[in-house]
Design a protein around this ligand. Structure first.
Ligand code: M6R
Length: 321
């Protein structure tokens, strides 16, 4: 990976959202270009891939048909393949040049949660390791990133406690509604993608996600009086931009729920409903921000009486096209 000209990450669904996050992290620290490809598209796209590329496939099951096809295509074209999978001995683990096992434990519910959290951590750790090999981070930076990474389990625990009541109250507001929009920028957008997928997957509420800057290019026409908008706003460098997007939808009647952390919450007006997670460094915020979004889907689905572990029309592992 450290000597690759480019890294291609390919996956489906939630695993692909972990890939979105990894792109920001790896490019920032390791300074290698990272493309994230939808596996079901990549397998048919006749992409330019060769031995200078390193391909990372991400999959909980290690059996998703489209991701497996993208893995096989990459190998055929000469790229080295690393898989990040949760199931040891899965087809992807067996066919890759190298494997990182996420070891999240057996995941039974169709909607993936803990495997996603483990994928993020594996990708952060990988990013740190590759950066160290390439000499693009200092030893001090490496140490501080690892120290913060190790604090995440405790902070996830704190976050679960902190957000529980506010998430329940938002679930009561949205469970009877028709649509929920999710917005965010950069890694907040990646988190919003995952939040939106979780909500539609288990509560059957129509949910759309947009990079907040895209609102003006069409989506804002869908905002009406009372439309629910979940805004993930945690990234300092785009914070003021996201705040203006929040103000824009609010001015058109949206009911905005801001998902943020303690530090950034101080800069968000009290007039907005907020869900506030524990603090960590910018790069790892997604690991905490996703918790209330997963919980929101859970409580919403519960209020609607849905079968949370086995949503309709979905299989845990998509082994056919
Ligand atoms: O087993 P995989 O990680 O390859 O599965 C990929 C997707 O099918 C999966 O993440 C799907 O989107 C989940 N049901 C989302 O919760």
């Amino acid at each position: 990976l450290a000597s690759a000209r480019r890294i291609i990450i390919t996956a489906c669904g939630t695993a692909m959202h972990a890939g979105f996050m990894a792109k920001y992290f790896i490019e920032k620290y390791a300074r290698i270009p990272v493309n994230v490809e939808i596996a079901s598209e990549m397998r048919y796209a006749d992409m330019i891939i060769d031995e200078n590329d390193a391909v990372i496939v991400i999959s909980q099951s290690g059996e998703t048909a489209d991701t497996l096809a993208a893995l096989r295509l990459s190998k055929k074209r000469g790229a080295k393949v690393l898989s990040i999978v949760n199931v040891a001995g899965s087809t992807m683990a067996r066919e890759s040049d190298n494997v990182i096992l996420t070891k999240a434990g057996r995941e039974i519910a169709v909607a993936t949660t803990k495997a996603y959290s483990a994928q993020l951590v594996a990708l952060y750790a990988l990013g740190i390791f590759v950066s160290e090999k390439r000499g693009t981070i200092t030893a001090d930076k490496e140490k501080s990133l690892i120290t913060e990474l190790k604090k995440l389990p405790v902070k996830i625990g704190e976050t679960l406690e902190k957000v529980n009541e506010s998430v329940k109250s938002v679930a009561r507001e949205i469970f009877n509604g028709q649509d929920v929009f999710y917005i965010g920028r950069l890694s907040d957008y990646a988190t919003a993608c995952e939040g939106s997928l979780k909500l539609k997957e288990i509560s059957y509420i129509n949910s759309q996600v947009y990079a907040a800057g895209e609102l003006k290019h069409g989506t804002i026409s869908l905002i009406n009086q009372g439309t629910s908008v979940v805004a993930v706003a945690s990234q300092r460098n785009v914070f003021s931009k996201t705040l203006s997007n929040i103000a824009e939808v609010e001015a058109r009647g949206a009911k905005v729920i801001c998902v943020t952390d303690e530090k950034m919450s101080e800069n968000i007006s009290e007039e907005y409903e907020k869900i506030v997670v524990a603090d960590t460094i910018e790069e790892f915020k997604s690991s905490l921000l996703v918790i209330p979004l997963q919980l929101l889907s859970y409580y919403t689905a519960k209020l609607k009486g849905c079968d949370i572990d086995k949503p309709k029309n979905l299989a845990k592992s998509v082994t056919v096209e």
